[in-house]
Design a protein around this ligand. Structure first.
Ligand code: ATP
Ligand code: MG
Length: 259
């Protein structure tokens, strides 16, 4: 195990495009491959935290991820981590709803997650689920991870969403001297048979990205939703899912990138 974990932000500011589902299942796939993973929920809405059964932690007054991002030097990630059967989890907290405002006026408001994760060891991968906005929390994730996995739906609106995300990444690179890699794109929740819009978008993703970064495709499956609602990825679930191979392909790609 290397000392410095590979950090991956799962990010797209558009809502409901599959970020939390992809983050959970990539964490599960990496775990299936024997990797030690910490799944970080940076979304104040806490869907992922709740999904993996940590509703109590979501409302735990303190100390929590909100406190840690307000004062990274005063908190150790290890004290906030909760064990899950497939991976460890750093849960979101309901108090994080007011965090963005504090980060705007605070010192190094976009680098708090970098500071907090700086000394984290004992993991091969940190996977960060981002909120659906291009606010300071997402900036924190992009700067802390510098590797981005972009989930996007096969819908026309994804073009603008991806362009805006790339613009934000460019601006962070310019302002912080960071080098943020768009590592891969996952077209999530693809529903066969394809309609014209989905077909057109799959072609657009392929034409636009596949000569630079891999474009993966996860199909829409009720079992993926059921697994999430039961508190785990499809790899910890008791039903088969035919999307396991594609998720393991994504995990293998990142294991290769890490080494
Ligand atoms: N492959 C899939 N098969 C079936 N349902 C899916 C799949 N991917 C995502 N979904 C469903 O789509 C909805 C949105 O997914 P998810 O919550 O992961 O998106 P999100 O981008 O994290 O949303 P938000 O922006 O609110 O954080 C959820 O109801 C989820 O169960
Ligand atoms: Mg989400």
């Amino acid at each position: 195990m290397s000392n410095k974990p590979y950090r991956l932000a799962v990010s797209n500011q558009k809502g409901g495009v599959g970020k939390s589902t992809v983050a959970l299942n990539i964490a599960g796939a990496l775990g299936e491959r024997g990797q030690n993973v910490l799944l970080v929920d940076l979304d104040p809405q806490g869907y992922l935290t709740s999904g993996v059964g940590l509703d109590d932690e979501y409302t735990t007054p303190s100390p929590n991820l909100n406190d840690a991002l307000k004062a990274p030097g005063e908190h150790a990630v290890d004290d906030l981590v909760v064990a899950h059967e497939e991976f460890d989890v750093l849960p979101a907290n309901i108090d994080m709803f007011s965090l963005e405002q504090e980060l705007v006026s605070g010192m190094r408001g976009r680098e708090r997650l970098s500071m907090l994760l700086e000394d984290v060891t004992g993991y091969d991968f940190l996977v960060v689920d981002c909120p659906p906005s291009l606010g300071l929390l997402t900036d924190n994730a992009l700067l802390a991870c510098e590797n981005v996995l972009i989930p996007a739906e096969a819908e026309d609106t994804s073009i603008r969403a991806v362009e805006l995300l790339f613009k934000q990444i460019d601006s962070l690179e310019d302002n912080f001297g960071a080098s943020i890699q768009e590592e891969a794109l996952v077209v999530s929740n693809v529903d066969y048979p394809l309609d014209g819009e989905q077909q057109g978008m799959l072609e657009w993703f392929d034409d636009t990205f596949s000569d630079r970064i891999p474009v993966f495709e996860i199909r829409s499956r009720a079992v993926i939703k059921r697994a999430f609602n039961a508190g785990h990825s499809i790899f910890g679930h008791d039903e088969e899912c035919d999307q396991a191979d594609e998720l393991l392909r994504i995990a293998d790609y990142f294991i290769e990138e890490q080494s």
